[in-house]
Structures are given as C-alpha cells and as structure tokens.
Design a protein around this ligand. Sequence first.
Ligand code: 6PG
Length: 265
Amino acid sequence: MPDPYDIAPPLPKPALPGEVIVRESLEDLLDALASDLLFQAKACVRSFGDFHLALSGGSTPEPLYKRLMYDQRVRDFPWKKTHLWQVDERCVPHDHDQRNWKMIGGILLDHSDIPQAQTHPMPVLDPEGDLAYERQLRDALEWREKGHDRLDYVLLGMGNDLHTASLFPGSIALDAPTGRLAVFNDGPGVVPPKRMTLTYEMLNASRFLAIMVTGSNKRDAIARLVANTLDPDTPLGPHQAPVLGIQPLGGVVRWYLDRAACPES
Ligand code: 6PG
C-alpha cells in the first residue's frame, strides 16, 4: 500500500529564462495552464473590467483550448469580458486548414459566449492588414490607464527551430521598427506561407506570457535552450533562437512543459 502522504519528488525543471512549470503528464499540465489562465482572467476583469487574451495556433495549444470548453473547473471563465486576439496567423484564405483562426474559432468561438465584437482575427488578406491590426489593438487598449494598456495574457508555442509566434530565426520581423505592434513576416527563414505576427515590442509589453511546450519531439529544442542558458560561452540570441527574445518588460514569462518535453536530467 503506497504511503498516501508520500509527496511526489519535484520534477526536474530545465534551466530556462523565466518561471518554469513542469508536470508529469499533458493532462496535469493542462490543469495548471487552465487554472493559471482563469486566475489571470478574473484578476484583470476585477481590475480593468475586461481581459485581453492573445492565442497562438499550431498543434500544441489545441488540447488546452478544448479543455477550456469542457472543464467544469473553468466554467466561470469571464468570456463575456474577454477580448480574443491572435499572436500570429498564416496568410491563407479564411477556410484554409492552415489558418490558426479556423482552429481557435472552431473551438472557442463556437462553444463559449464571447461576444463576436470582442474577437479579433488578423486581417491577413488585407495588404495593409498589419497596420489595421495595430489600430485595433491601440483602439481597444488605449483607454486603459498608462502602463496597463497592454495585452493581459499571451499564449505562445515554440517550434523546433526555436521560433515563437511567427518570429522565425533570421527573419525580418525580428527587427521590426520601433512602434510596430504587428507586422507581416516572409522570406528566408519563414516557414511558408507568409505570416502576420505580433512583434517583440507588443509581446514583451504583455502582463503575462505563457510558453507551452509539450511532447518528446520538443525535447531536443529545449535541450538546446538549456545548453545555451547553462553555457554562456555559446550564446544563442533572439536571431538564432527567437523564443529567447521573449523578455517581458514588466510582466511575467512562465514556461509550461510536460515531462516528455524535458531533457533527461
Ligand atoms: C503557428 C504558431 C507557432 C507555433 C509553433 C509551434 O502559427 O504555427 O503560432 O508559433 O506556436 O510553430 O507549433 P506546434 O505547436 O504545432 O509545435
């Protein structure tokens, strides 16, 4: 009979820049992510009357978005007070399977009571859609008191090339001009198709940034980050490892990893 009071030994945490949460399984990790996201949402609604949430696409976050729709423990998520933004988008037609909004919308918009007027898909087919998206962000946030006119919660993923959002190694968006909040990204290093992405300036102004990395297929990428973090003689910078450009100015960056994504300790 196992000791019911046996506290499981803490899981090894990779040395990453920011707070690190590791959970044994994906389900346990989704528990932590959903709980923290609910806490942040409620705190912002209490303070500002609304919650500005920006979500990534890709495959990693899909189980979280589904969890938010069926988990009774987050049934009081303040969707009616939430503005839903995109971290990045592929420049393809609305109904294209590569469209991040198709996945996000199909899960969250179809199953929550978030008002349509508070959902902000990136206008990627508009040649000046990046400037339009910047205007939407500024219009939605500028009424908040100075210092709080920023995104409240950003969920990021990470590719095996250490990109995040659609900020790819060596790509032009890494050096977006000061003042730009969203830009198109294309050319060498950008995995096609052409993208639109929030910039470091917009991302690093955020209150809370969660970087969700799961699965054994990301273990080597995490190991490369740890090697750099533990071995300053081989510095990886944001140009080689864009996820390292996530350096919030006044906010928090918190990594959420399942054990499968952690290098063998
Ligand atoms: C996208 C995402 C991107 C994603 C990483 C990881 O548009 O592809 O926003 O930044 O987070 O590519 O992708 P996976 O979660 O599919 O591994």
